[in-house]
Every structure is written in C-alpha cells, then in structure tokens.
Design a protein around this ligand. Structure first.
Ligand code: AVJ
Length: 320
C-alpha cells in the first residue's frame, strides 16, 4: 500500500476508507452511476418493490389535501425538492398544482447539473406552465442560500424513503441540518417506509428476478471500472437482512471464499476471509412513533401523516 488515504480523492478515498474498516463497508450513494440508475428504475417496477407504487398512491389520493396544506394561509410557495430522480411522483403534484392555477416555483436541488437539465426539460415539455428554477449544488448550501433571500414560504420535499438510506442517528443529524437551513413556518414533506410484515420487506430487497442483487453487485463493477479493481463478482453473494426490532434493513455482499482484491489505480490490495461481508446499504423502516420522535428531535412539528391505504408507507408533513 503506497498511497495514504489522505492523498486519494472523492470516490477512491471513500471506497478505500470503507474497505479498510472492520466490518468492511461501502457507501450506498455510489450505487447510482448510469447502470445503477438503470437498475434502480427496474427495481421500482418490480412486484416485490412496493415503495414507489405506495408513495405514488398516497400522492395521487391526497393531492388536493396536500395542496391545501402546502398553501396554508399563503398565496404562493417555493417547492424545493431534494434528489428528485426522474420526478415521476413529483409530476403528479406539479400537474395538479398547475391545473389548479396555483402560484408556485419548483426548485429541484441536485449536485448533478445533468440531472437538473434533463428534469427541467421534461417538466417544461410536459407541464409548460410550471416555473422551474433548478439549483445546482449541495443540499445544505442551496438551502442556506435560499434562506438568505427568503421571499416566500418554502416547502421542502424529500420523497421515496431516501431518508432510509441513513441510520436513525445519521438521519437525525441530516434532518437537524435541514431544519437549521429552513425558516420558521417552512414545511417538510418527507417519505418514510413503514415497519410491516418482515417477509414483505425482505422480499422487496431480495426480489425473485435478482435485479436488487445486480444493483448491489454493480457497486463492485463500478469499483472495477473506475479504480482498476479486479473484484470477481461471481465470488460475492447478495444478502439482505431485516431486523423487526430496530427496523433496519441492511444489504451485504458476502465473499464466498478467502480472496484478495487489488485496486490497481490506488495500488492497494484488500483481503477477504471466507464469508466476510461488506455492508453496502441501510434502508431504515419506521413506525409512526419513531417518525414523531424523529421530527421532535430535529426541530420540527408533525402537521399530519398521509398514509398509504394498506399502511405500507407514509408521507409525513412537518413544520419548522
Ligand atoms: C432509493 C434508498 C429508497 O432503500 O429502498 C432499492 C434503494 N436499494 N433496493 C431503498 C434500494 C435496494 C431505495 N432508496
């Protein structure tokens, strides 16, 4: 090992840091390269992956009540979206707000300029009356800049159970920072996946077609492609777990044998014991009590919960 971790940049540094830990871990944010985005699109269409359809159902069912809550006493608002993806759920709201002649600005925030250009183009094409003002950058920096120049109420949306990719404690740190960068009276509309039949949760992360397995393994492929590594994907198995006490769903890639993997670009070798896991993802599930406690701990008041008809998912509305 000739390079120090400090000398490595971004992706390389995070990967090396994670693989040096015991137990080994890799950050789930690196799932989403072009192939990862494609596989996640496939996951969202799977029968077993109930999350996206459940949230879509909530948004479609309650769009009129959601609008009333977003407006409150005000005449207009800025809808700020963190990590919009392809915006399919958001577009249900944008279309409804636009048809109702509501005065609002839609500001998706993303670190990828490319994502924002595509999203703006598609919203402009499909919903030409919506005023789209994307903000490129880090979530907190973008929100801090908006707070400086706070002309109207902000409604921040964080959909899709993306908060679940943080542990409960890391999620609280994230939401506290979010709250610090919002003004009193601003709203947060946030999606949580609920605790439910453990078998249903587990099969959402262990689908019968193996798409989630491929999504998980793609992280190793990305390290091969971008850091000249020689992970043999056939020597790792996808292994998700769900703990019904804590609500933690974890995904692992488990080495099926003792092996060495070389990361040529950083000139490092990592050893795996037989059946040694790499922890690649957490998808935290919440109870309603956990959601309320999280709001309270991070500087928000719960306004109301919008529940999925079968209790699978909740979009919760909080006020700062
Ligand atoms: C995009 C974080 C909501 O945790 O359910 C899907 C990602 N991982 N299948 C989730 C994911 C495996 C997803 N989120």
């Amino acid at each position: 090992m000739t390079q120090t971790t400090e000398a490595l940049q971004g992706f390389a540094k995070d990967i090396v840091t994670g693989l040096r830990q015991t137990p080994k871990r890799l950050p789930s944010k690196y799932f989403y390269n072009a192939e990862g985005d494609r596989l996640f699109q496939e996951i969202m269409k799977l029968d077993e992956y109930y999350l996206t359809r459940s949230e879509e159902q909530i948004i479609d069912t309650f769009k009129d009540e959601i609008l009333k809550e977003f407006l409150g006493e005000d005449e207009s608002f800025r809808l700020v979206e963190l990590g919009a993806g392809d915006g399919s759920k958001t577009k249900i709201l944008l279309e409804y707000f636009s048809n109702q002649q509501v005065s609002f600005i839609y500001s998706p925030i993303d670190i990828s300029a490319n994502v924002l250009v595509q999203l703006k183009e598609s919203v402009n094409r499909e919903l030409p009356k919506v005023n789209v003002q994307p903000i490129e950058g880090d979530y907190f920096e973008a929100l801090a800049a908006l707070k400086e120049n706070h002309l109207q109420k902000e409604v921040v949306m964080f959909l899709g159970s993306t908060i679940g990719n943080f542990s409960r404690s890391a999620g609280e740190v994230f939401l506290s920072k979010l709250s610090e960068n919002m003004s009193s009276g601003d709203l947060l509309f946030i999606g949580f996946d609920l605790m439910k039949d453990p078998r249903k949760i587990l099969s959402a992360y262990d689908d019968s077609q193996g798409v989630t397995r491929d999504f998980n393994l793609n992280l190793l492929q990305r390290i091969n492609d971008e850091l000249g590594a020689d992970f043999d994907l056939s020597k790792f198995v996808h292994y998700p777990t769900y703990d019904p006490i804590t609500g933690e769903t974890k995904s692992f890639l488990v080495s099926t044998e003792e092996q060495e993997v070389r990361l040529a670009d950083v000139d490092m070798v990592f050893r795996f014991k037989a059946w040694e896991p790499i922890h690649t993802e957490i998808s935290q599930k919440y109870s309603c009590e956990m959601i309320s406690a999280t709001a309270k701990a991070t500087g928000f008041k719960v306004v109301r919960h919008f529940n999925h008809a079968e209790g699978l998912f909740v979009d919760s509305l909080w006020e700062k």
